[in-house]
Design a protein. Structure first.
Lengths: 636, 191
């Protein structure tokens, strides 16, 4: 009896203290240091003080007359995702569908497929689409995720500045400058479907330069098909690279490169991929205040699918641009470039690219003028002229108007013409691999696909804690790819599809509290494509498989100054043909800063369903599983 | 015995509870603070390392004025920071301004992000006014501002546009310059 009352007394003393301690865990210790004490610190000491920039102040309202979504470093870190395609899901103006363990179908504004060809993707200015089908092999595009500064996702044509292939959008992946990545970083993680790690070290290189080197590797598990049988598509990849930046006075120089090698499991011998690239970029501010940039890169990739085909592609690219002011109201950018692609394919009995060796050349020149018509009205006109190995001159003009009618509101509109030039797949694909080519006999007359795009958009920052963007588009397509009867043994690839698409993309962000940010995005797409009279093709859906609606909502909560809780929910509409049912996916992440420089992240993905498909025909497609991934990151 | 183990267990729980308290973990060396508190401390410090021309203080009755132009992000933090302090024998006062013409009376002027839209006109008006312009707007120094705050890895850094400082008739101490990233005026370039 006596003992019990002693315990009761002890508990009644300690319990409130415990409760107080746990409550304290949730409060940032703001009042810990008064402003007066801060003022006592020296400059150096002040520069060592850490700020909890939870409520990042609202970004300045962008003046861009285009639908641009920027995926920031913080967005990337708080998503917990480990690959670029998964990170692209954060952009509400993209369609991202995972096909299997290593393949993705990614596009903007329609026409999605594993060979989606209407998107231009660049990493630090290096174009990463393949001339084989004008699309991207997403399994080869990677870097150390922690070193990505931001990803700019522009939906809509970018023909004038970015060139052909930027038909429906441009993805610009920008890595951090080496001066921002000094010190060491080690990260490793594992989960139900993946194991991986990476490391990076950066430092100063003398007075005016910095560098970093990194390495990473991962293994990703196989997916399963609808009946639960392994799709045998597991894969692993290793990559390493470096970057060095030098700057002095009016000059800045960057040199960077990466190398990777990987293998993808399949029934039979593994597929292999490898590549190496080197890029140099020089920026100079001239006497008159204008800016000059010259960039050159070399990119070599090798891909081998046993018994199907293998390819080695060498790309040499050089381009330059000059930006200067003319008078009080003109800002002009002009420039040009040249690219040589040496493609060497090894064919198989099933299909063949003929000729096996082909050199493709691309030369372009462009000019763009941004004119301040009035103080808040800016007109940007420009055109890019291209000459490629397949078609004659392609001209891609555009005009954009941006009207900042209030300090916090902008209205913009644009008209552009852009083309998708032929790829090897359009002109030179034959099946079977040897004559007679009864299944497919190339596309000798294939012309560029054309688009005239009309866009209107609105962007606003209603309060300092909220932002909103709405973009609408009406795209008129002509000369889209179709399969027609040829003169010889088999059908040929031609341009007898046309039509229009229209839609709305909207997104917004709201800082409910200093520690809670909510973001949402929605897009709607309607496609009306048809074959021209005289066409023999019947498969309109061959153009692309796209959902009419996509919706996403994300919540970022700072539970404590060292604890983050992030939620991402997406609802993707059904794909018409081949039919893929609509799905809802939920990802949750917990981020815990154990101590300065040491962060643990636990991600649960696809939590609502045991597994779900995102692309492909029901008989063969993969289903993506529910899973977890825990990661430890150490900065020093 | 049972009482002791219960007490020990409860003590451990309390100790663990404190382990999650960020202030305790980091200790006094780097407490977590807001941008405004740190910026205010920097503004005070800048006063120590910048030299104004002699006649700059005639208009203010021998006190050094720290001004805020536009929407004030500091609340009372600036006043708190400079209360009862002097720099070079001059008292420090905080004033708020809505128009740039009035703001020219100050010696250090913090331009709020709300003024971003009018930046070119403001920079032109302040060019020769002996005022140290400071802000955390994007690309402030590149557009003619003198000191721009940025945050890198959760720590506050600043960029100084030397040309702008000189044009305003001000001189900056080397202790301040060596800690900053220095830029010159240049037009916006690509990425």
């Amino acid at each position: 009896m006596q003992e019990q009352s002693v315990i009761a007394r002890t508990v009644s003393v300690w319990l409130p203290a415990l409760a107080a301690a746990l409550v304290c865990a949730g409060e940032p210790s703001l009042a810990a240091t008064a402003p007066k004490d801060l003022a006592e610190l020296s400059l150096e000491e002040l520069m060592n003080v850490e700020v909890t920039s939870v409520s990042k102040k609202a970004e300045r309202l962008s003046d861009a007359a285009a639908a641009v979504f920027v995926i920031t470093r913080d967005d990337i870190r708080r998503s917990g995702y480990t690959s670029i395609p998964e990170i692209l899901r954060l952009a509400p103006n993209l369609q991202v569908a995972r096909v299997d363990s290593s393949q993705y179908a990614i596009t903007a504004r329609g026409f999605n497929s594993t060979t989606a060809n209407k998107l231009l993707v660049l990493i630090d200015g290096r174009t990463v689409y393949t001339p084989l089908f004008s699309g991207v092999f997403w399994d080869a595009q990677d870097t150390l995720i922690e070193d990505i500064e931001r990803i700019e996702v522009i939906s809509g044509p970018g023909g004038t500045l970015w060139g052909s292939n930027a038909v429906n959008g441009v993805i610009n992946i920008i890595t951090r400058q080496s001066k921002d990545t000094t010190g060491g970083l080690v990260t490793f993680g594992g989960g139900t479907d993946e194991l991986g790690g990476g490391a990076r070290y950066g430092a100063k290189l003398g007075e005016n330069a910095t560098y970093r080197i990194y390495g990473k590797g991962f293994g990703r598990d196989n997916t399963v098909n609808g009946r639960g049988i392994s799709a045998q598509d597991s894969w692993k990849k290793g990559q390493a690279g470096f970057r060095t930046d030098w700057g002095k006075g009016n000059d800045a120089l960057t040199l960077q490169g990466d190398g990777y090698t990987g293998s993808i499991d399949q029934a039979g011998d593994d597929k292999s991929l490898s590549g190496v690239n080197l890029l140099a970029r020089w920026n100079r501010t001239l006497q008159d205040g204008s800016a000059l940039q010259v960039q050159g890169y070399y990119d070599k990739i090798h891909r081998a699918y046993p018994r199907t085909f293998s390819e080695t592609l060498d790309t040499y690219d050089i381009d330059a641009q000059h930006r200067f002011r003319l008078g009080a109201s003109h800002e002009i950018v002009w420039g040009g470039g040249y690219r040589l692609m040496q493609d060497r394919v090894t064919n198989s009995p099933t299909l063949a690219f003929l000729p096996e060796r082909k050199n493709l050349r691309l030369a372009n020149g462009f000019i763009q003028d941004s004119i301040a018509l009035r103080e808040r009205l800016q007109l940007t006109v420009g055109a890019k002229v291209e000459n490629n190995s397949y078609t004659s001159l392609e001209v891609q003009p555009s005009a954009r108007l941006a009207w900042k009618f209030r300090d916090d509101q902008l209205l913009w509109s644009a008209v552009s013409r852009v083309v998708r030039t032929p790829s090897r797949l359009d002109r030179e694909l034959f099946a079977p691999g040897t004559p007679p080519f009864t299944t497919l006999a190339g596309g000798p007359d294939f012309r560029s696909e054309k688009l005239i795009a009309y866009e209107i958009g609105y962007r606003a920052q209603p309060t300092s804690r909220s932002s909103l963007s709405i973009s609408t588009f009406y795209n008129v397509y002509d000369d889209l790819r179709s399969i027609e009867r040829g003169l010889g043994a088999g059908p040929v690839i031609s341009n007898k599809m046309q039509g229009y698409t229209y839609g709305v993309e909207t997104w917004g962000s709201y800082l409910l509290r200093d520690w809670w940010r909510l973001s949402a995005g929605y897009n709607y797409l309607k496609e009306k494509l048809a074959f021209e009279s005289g066409s023999r093709d019947t498969a309109v859906q061959g153009a692309g498989n796209d959902p009419a609606h996509q919706f996403s909502v994300r919540s970022a909560v700072n539970l404590a100054s060292n604890l983050e809780w992030d939620t991402a929910l997406r609802v993707i509409g059904a794909l018409p043909s081949p039919n893929v049912p609509s799905y809802v996916a939920l990802d949750l992440r917990l981020g815990w800063t154990l101590r300065k420089g040491l962060e643990f992240s636990l991600l649960g993905y696809n939590l609502l369903d045991h597994d779900h498909p995102e692309f492909g025909t029901s008989t063969t497609r993969s289903e993506l599983p529910r899973g977890f991934y825990g990661k430890l990151t150490w900065h020093y | 015995m049972a009482l002791l183990t219960t007490m020990v267990r409860l003590c451990l729980l309390v100790a663990l509870g404190f382990a999650f308290n960020p202030g305790m973990v980091n200790g006094a060396e780097s407490p977590s603070l807001t941008m405004q508190q740190v910026q205010a401390a920097f503004l005070f410090n800048f006063a120590k390392f910048v030299t104004w021309p002699d006649d700059a203080f005639q208009r203010s009755g021998d006190s050094l004025i720290i001004g805020v132009l536009g929407e004030d992000p500091f609340g009372g933090i600036l006043e708190e920071t400079v209360r009862d302090k002097t720099v070079m024998g001059k008292k420090l006062t905080v004033k708020r301004f809505a128009r740039v013409q009035d703001a020219m009376k100050s010696h250090i002027l913090f331009l709020s992000a709300s003024e971003e839209g009018n930046l070119p006109q403001m920079m032109k008006a302040l060019e020769k006014a002996n005022v140290l312009t400071v802000s955390d707007m994007d690309q402030f120094a590149e557009h003619g501002g003198m000191i721009a705050f940025t945050v890198e890895d959760q720590k506050v850094r600043f960029t100084i546009n030397i040309g702008a400082v000189e044009r305003a008739g001000l001189k900056m101490g080397s202790q301040l310059l060596k800690l900053a990233r220095i830029v010159g005026d240049k037009p916006r370039t690509g990425n």
